[in-house]
Design a protein around this ligand. Structure first.
Ligand code: PLP
Length: 440
């Protein structure tokens, strides 16, 4: 599959085998699953993935920003095989073993040092653990979070999530004490502010809340995404995160970076927080950490480690096979994939910005590394969101053999495996250009 030059779609989509599986899926699977387009995978290699009907797609979504090293990277496959042949479970909550200990040491180093590590299985579990660390350590009842945030869908993390009310509808009451403030979106600044004031007005608003209704010494933590993910791939203005850190430190509030989507090298640095030089008290990793194997890691500063044995744990958390996949992934990231994400990401964003000239309804191209958002608008002057156009672009791209995903109201997200080459990125731009021209 690697030698393939272009995607190959030779059946109408979905093809006959995909259709049959999707019909069975519809009868037996939970109606809560989303199927943005009818893609049914069979096998993949690198950034290429074949469906059950033999159609081959260029993947710019990586299973929602997960498959860091691409499909079936031989080093990850070998690490998984070797660990599975030794032992696949003993329960790390009760018994220590080397794969997880060395992974924790590695994560502490990559995040800048001074952390202890708790392992879970998913992003939401990581967020739940971080909430408990903050609660236990500070004993403060309130948490600050941002509108547009996505932190997961279990009842605790759901209280922090605010990217779409559909996630909450029917599930109240949620964890109490969560207060949301606007995220400083430079393209659509809150409170009608100018783009250059987007960060300042949010910080002023937090200060205002602290004075009028939210006692800052009762706020335990502020949870934030260094680039908002599901909310629309939004990069906050430069200087906002350091100012947030300063404000949090002034009031003894823990800074919790949800790097579930931004972390593990996706932005060209191990943590996206590193771009702004901040030092979060807690960092949450999941998604891309193990190239598709389920694991999450919560890194929290040594001084927050006051909880006793048994205060938190999980049967499967820190599964050794997933830990081995994570270690192989980190090896590859440090050997060059992180740098590749940075370089190919810069190239891809520059090329996509060229498309804007011919297609002004592609209102904004933004991101860092290989975390790129294309924001579609009804009118570049008003910047009014155009969800229908975004959805039509995603569907037309799929028909051409290009996998993308929506994020936020009107953004198409590109979150390819970090093995994407410059030539593959150029091909993706060519195909997206064709899509935009066809949609006029
Ligand atoms: C920033 C962020 N946090 C948490 C989560 C939840 O992760 P999971 O779906 O693994 O529970 C996600 C998932 O998209 C995410 O993007």
């Amino acid at each position: 599959m690697k030698t393939l030059q272009r995607p190959e779609v030779h059946t109408p989509l979905p093809g006959p085998k995909a259709k049959e599986i999707l019909a069975r899926d519809e009868r037996v699977l939970s109606t809560s699953y989303v199927r943005p387009y009818p893609f049914v995978p069979e096998a993949g290699e690198g950034v290429w993935i074949r469906d059950v009907d033999g159609n081959v797609f260029l993947d710019l979504m990586a299973g929602i920003a997960v498959n860091t090293t691409g499909y079936a990277h031989p080093r990850v496959v070998e690490a998984v095989r070797a660990q599975a042949a030794r032992f696949s479970h003993v329960c790390f909550s009760d018994f220590s073993s080397e794969p997880q200990v060395s992974l924790a040491e590695r994560l502490d180093r990559l995040a800048g040092g001074g952390y202890r590590v708790y392992f879970g299985n998913s992003g939401t579990e990581g967020v739940e653990a971080a909430v408990k660390v903050a609660r236990y350590h500070t004993r403060r009842p309130y948490i600050l979070a941002f509108t547009g945030a996505f932190h997961g869908r279990t009842l605790g993390s759901l209280a922090l999530t605010s990217s779409n009310s559909k996630y909450r509808k029917g599930f109240a009451p949620l964890l109490p004490g969560v207060v949301h403030v606007p995220y400083p979106h430079p393209y659509r600044p809150p409170f009608g502010a100018k783009p250059e004031d987007a960060g300042r007005v949010v910080l002023d608003y937090i200060e205002h809340l602290f004075k009028t209704k939210l006692p800052p010494d009762e706020v335990g933590a502020v949870f934030f995404e260094p680039i908002q993910g599901e909310g629309g791939y939004i990069v906050p203005p430069e200087g906002f995160l350091p100012a947030l850190q300063e404000l949090a430190q002034k009031h003894g509030i823990l800074l919790v970076a949800d790097e579930v989507q931004t972390g593990s090298g996706r932005t060209g640095r191990f943590l996206a927080s590193a771009y702004e030089g901040i030092d979060p008290d807690v960092v949450i990793l999941a998604k891309g950490l193990a190239s598709g194997y389920p694991i999450s890691a919560v890194l929290f500063k040594e001084e927050l480690s006051s909880w006793p044995p048994g205060a938190h744990g999980s049967t499967f958390g820190g599964n050794p096979v997933a830990a081995a996949a994570a270690t192989a992934t980190l090896d590859l990231l440090e050997e060059g994939l992180m740098q590749n994400a940075f370089e190919v990401g810069e190239y891809l964003r520059a090329e996509l910005r060229q498309l804007q000239a011919d297609f002004p309804r592609l209102g904004d191209v933004r991101g860092r590394g290989l975390m790129i958002g294309l924001d579609f608008v009804k009118d570049p002057e008003t910047r009014e969101e155009d969800p229908e156009l975004r959805d039509r672009v995603a569907e037309a791209a799929f028909a051409k053999g290009l996998l993308t995903l929506p994020a936020g109201p009107s953004t198409l997200r590109l979150s390819p495996p970090l093995v994407l080459t410059r030539a593959e990125a150029a091909l993706a731009v060519e195909l997206l250009g064709e899509v935009l021209r066809e949609l006029g």
